[in-house]
Design a protein around this ligand. Structure first.
Ligand code: SF4
Length: 343
């Protein structure tokens, strides 16, 4: 491990060759619970900058985080509505032409030797009526959807007051997503993990906001139940400081704070990258290295405070088998919040 004192070592953070690579997700999970860190390591999933939405309400529909997405959704809905109108007109015109159809259409439907008591005329007219009703519903749906996106998504986003957090502020500041974009931040969706080869650290924020030399990592936190939804814990501070570090290293830019968005909302708070936050991150990285290095020979005990298991996604049990990820991995039954509902 690199935290042993040595003459060549410039920093305890520099990883030895045999030290494991630590993803930012692993770092954060390990800060929450060492067992969660091991599970994250064995799952092997890359960091996505988004907390798994195992708890709380599900994802909302029609939530946008980019003006391009909004405009694209408006255009698609418009195209869908126009196509539905064309089909509607076609079905009306075809139905009218059918009224003056030749006598052939009046023949009874014949299948083999069986002659049904309906004519081809009736079949065609019923088909056009069905198409007309479906296209009419699609036109109505398209118009309502377009109006909804325009009035309740596009206009509020466009009219949001531009506001940029003070990068020197040492307290958390509330931010509004569209206010940030209207203040000139560009949204980048990272395509790959950012890596610091010297620290054996990799991570990928959900989005990066770019303005001048500023690179602001954005993380989406799951919506917790009740008032706990907007509380931040040690793992969130370690995560945000790790993202800021990676962005400063890889982009050679300033990353004085990160932003945490709550669930699918457009409201979040800044997490300033202060010395205390950095220390949480540094200690967390060293600790995660130890957990993973020793995990083959030594399993960490279950948490002293079992309450942290209650809302942990790894304690969630299968409905019929009662098995949970943590229970299977470590051979025990972690307490889960659903125990209270006795399902
Ligand atoms: S269920 Fe408990 S012990 Fe298991 S990973 Fe979650 S917090 Fe850790």
């Amino acid at each position: 491990m690199s935290n042993s004192a040595g003459p060549q070592k410039q920093s305890r953070m520099i990883a030895d060759r045999e030290d494991p690579w630590i993803s930012v997700s692993l770092l954060a999970e390990n800060a929450y619970c060492s067992r969660a860190g091991i599970i994250q390591n064995e799952t092997g999933l890359d960091d996505t900058g988004e907390e798994l939405f195992h708890l709380g309400r599900g994802r909302q529909r029609l939530v946008f985080y980019d003006f391009k997405q909004l405009v694209r959704a408006l255009k698609r809905t418009f195209t869908f509505t126009v196509c539905s109108i064309i089909v509607l007109i076609f079905s009306i015109v075809a139905g009218q032409l059918l009224v003056n159809s030749p006598a052939l259409w009046k023949n009874m439907v014949q299948i083999g030797d069986l002659e049904l008591h309906v004519s081809w005329y009736d079949v065609a007219q019923a088909s056009f009526n069905v198409i007309m009703i479906i296209s009419l519903i699609c036109v109505g749906y398209g118009i309502l959807r377009w109006l909804y996106i325009y009035l309740f998504r596009y206009l509020p986003a466009k009219w949001a007051r531009a506001a940029e957090p003070n990068p020197l502020h040492t307290e958390a500041q509330t931010v509004k997503w569209w206010g940030l974009l209207n203040a000139g931040f560009q949204v980048i969706r990272p395509q790959d993990q950012y890596r610091d080869v010297r620290w054996h650290l990799a991570g990928c924020p959900w989005r990066v906001l770019v303005k001048g030399n500023l690179r602001i990592p954005v993380y989406k936190k799951r919506p917790n139940r009740g008032n706990a939804g907007e509380k931040l814990f040690r793992q969130h501070y370690a995560r945000m400081a790790a993202y800021c570090h990676l962005l400063e290293k890889c982009e050679n830019a300033d990353s004085p704070y990160g932003i945490i968005l709550f669930g699918d909302s457009h409201i979040g708070i800044t997490v300033p990258c202060l010395p205390g936050t950095k220390k949480t991150f540094h200690d967390g990285l060293i600790d995660a290295r130890k957990t993973i290095s020793y995990s083959k020979h030594f399993l960490p005990p279950y948490p002293k405070n079992p309450q942290i298991c209650v809302l942990c996604p790894h304690s969630r049990r299968e409905r019929y088998t009662g098995a949970s990820v943590c229970g299977n991995r470590f051979g025990w039954i972690p307490p889960n919040y659903r125990d209270a509902y006795a399902w």
